[in-house]
Design a protein around this ligand. Structure first.
Ligand code: 4NP
Length: 165
């Protein structure tokens, strides 16, 4: 498979708590990138600090596992300004996450234009473009299934966007 020169070599997935959406996205994205033969560093973080060091939410773990994704070993962390220096692409699960990340990015003094590109996670996805991956934290099992469906679809769309053929 041929990939575009602009393909990122590192991607950070970001939500609010880093215990539901973004750890799920981290594992799905990592598996899909590996299947596509893309060597890529994949990580996740939250804009909030409430769950630092915690494993993913039990419901997120259970739904992920039922779809073949083991996220049980992941640990939540908070996004930092350094993430904008250390990753090529940062993807926000929803519009609020994107706005919060933009504030962090705007606060970084940078002269050489090497900070991570920032986008909404759904941006390249023809099915869900512009949509949030809705926060499932207060939701039911349907909300957690919806998270997996949207993340699989939008991850696939990013990977497709990096192929030349
Ligand atoms: P996440 O879900 O952003 O997908 O990890 C949430 C987890 C925790 C909270 C909110 C959203 N919280 O308010 O604690």
């Amino acid at each position: 498979m041929l990939i575009k020169a602009s393909t990122p070599s590192s991607v950070l997935l970001v939500c609010l708590g880093n215990i539901c959406r973004s750890p799920t996205a981290e594992e799905i994205f990592r598996q899909q990138a590996a299947i596509a033969g893309l060597a890529m560093k994949v990580d996740s973080a939250g804009t909030g600090d409430w769950h630092i060091g915690h494993a993913p939410d039990e419901r997120a773990q259970r739904h992920a596992k039922a779809h073949g994704y083991n996220i049980s070993k992941l640990k939540a962390r908070q996004v930092t300004a350094d993430d904008f220096r250390n990753f090529d692409l940062i993807l926000a699960m929803d519009a609020q996450n994107l706005a919060d990340l933009q504030v962090i990015k705007d606060g970084i003094t940078n002269t050489d234009n090497t900070l991570a590109k920032l986008s909404l996670f759904s941006e390249e996805d023809p099915t869900y473009a512009g949509d949030d991956v809705p926060d499932p934290y207060q939701g039911d099992s349907h909300a957690f299934e919806e998270v997996i469906e949207r993340i699989e679809s939008s991850s696939q769309a990013w990977i497709k966007s990096w192929k030349t053929t």
